[in-house]
Design a binder for this molecule. Structure first.
Ligand code: GDP
Length: 217
C-alpha cells in the first residue's frame, strides 16, 4: 500500500501537515510552451491536469489560498502552456494546459500531446498527477486518453472530483464508486479519489493533507 492510502485524513496532525505546507508563499515561476523552457531543478512536483473549464485554476488558487495565482478564465481552451508555481521552495505545482475543448484545431491537440507527453516522460521529480474531473460530467474519452498516457509512462495519478457543490451527495457517491471501479485496473492509478469544491471549500484541507507528504520525499 502506498503512503497516502494509509493517511488518515481525519487525523488533525495529518491535516496540519498539509495546512503548514500550503501556507508557504507560492510564486509563479514560468509558463512554458516548449519543453526546453521547463524548470530544471529537482524540487518535488505535483501536476494538475483536466479538461478545459474543469475548475483547475480555481482549485490551485484554493489550495494556496490566493485568488489570483492561477488565472481563472471563461475562455476554455485558451491556455496552451504549462505554468509552474513554487510553493515555499518545497513543492512545485505544474498547471498543465486544459484539454478536451471541442473548438481546437488538430494542430493544437498535437501541440498539447507533444508538450505534455514529453513533459511526463522527462520529469523524474514528478510525484503525482492530479487528474481533475468535473463532478457533473464524470469521465470523458479525453480523460481516459490522458490516463492511458499516464499509465503508459508509469506516472502515478489520482482523480480529483471538482465542483462537488453542483451535484447531490448520493450521485457523488455513485460517481466515486464507478470511477474507482473503472480505473482500478489502470496500473498507475491511485485508489483514493478526492472530492472537492473550490467554491464551497469542500475537501481542500484533505487534498492539501494527502499531497503534503509528496513534498517530503
Ligand atoms: P479551468 O479552466 O479548469 O482553470 O477552470 P476555472 O477554475 O477557470 O473554472 C471554470 C469555471 O468553473 C469558472 O466559471 C469557475 O467559477 C467555475 N468553478 C470552478 N470551481 C468551482 C466549484 O467548485 N464549484 C462551482 N460551482 N463552480 C466552480
Amino acid at each position: 500500500m502506498s503512503l497516502a492510502t494509509e493517511l488518515n485524513l481525519e487525523d488533525p496532525a495529518v491535516l496540519e501537515h498539509g495546512r503548514v505546507l500550503f501556507e508557504q508563499p507560492c510564486r509563479f515561476v514560468i509558463g512554458c510552451v516548449k519543453l526546453d523552457q521547463v524548470p530544471t531543478d529537482s524540487t518535488p512536483e505535483i501536476a494538475f491536469a483536466g479538461r478545459s473549464n474543469v475548475g483547475k485554476s480555481s482549485i490551485l488558487n484554493a489550495l494556496v489560498r490566493q485568488n489570483t495565482l492561477a488565472r481563472t478564465s471563461n475562455t476554455p481552451g485558451r491556455t496552451r502552456e504549462i505554468n509552474f508555481f513554487n510553493l515555499g521552495e518545497q513543492l512545485m505545482l505544474a498547471d498543465l494546459p486544459g484539454y478536451g475543448y471541442a473548438r481546437v484545431s488538430k494542430a493544437q491537440v498535437q501541440q498539447w500531446t507533444g508538450l505534455v507527453d514529453s513533459y511526463l516522460k522527462g520529469r523524474a521529480n514528478l510525484r503525482r498527477v492530479c487528474v481533475l474531473i468535473d463532478s457533473r460530467h464524470g469521465l470523458k474519452e479525453s480523460d481516459r486518453g490522458v490516463m492511458a498516457m499516464l499509465d503508459q509512462v508509469a506516472q502515478p495519478y489520482q482523480v480529483v472530483l471538482t465542483k462537488a457543490d453542483k451535484v447531490k451527495a448520493d450521485y457523488l457517491g455513485k460517481l466515486e464508486s464507478s470511477i474507482k471501479a473503472e480505473i482500478s485496473k489502470n496500473p498507475a492509478s491511485f485508489p483514493v479519489i478526492a472530492i472537492t469544491s473550490s467554491r464551497k471549500g469542500i475537501g481542500i484541507d484533505e487534498l492539501r493533507a494527502s499531497l503534503a507528504p509528496l513534498a517530503d520525499k
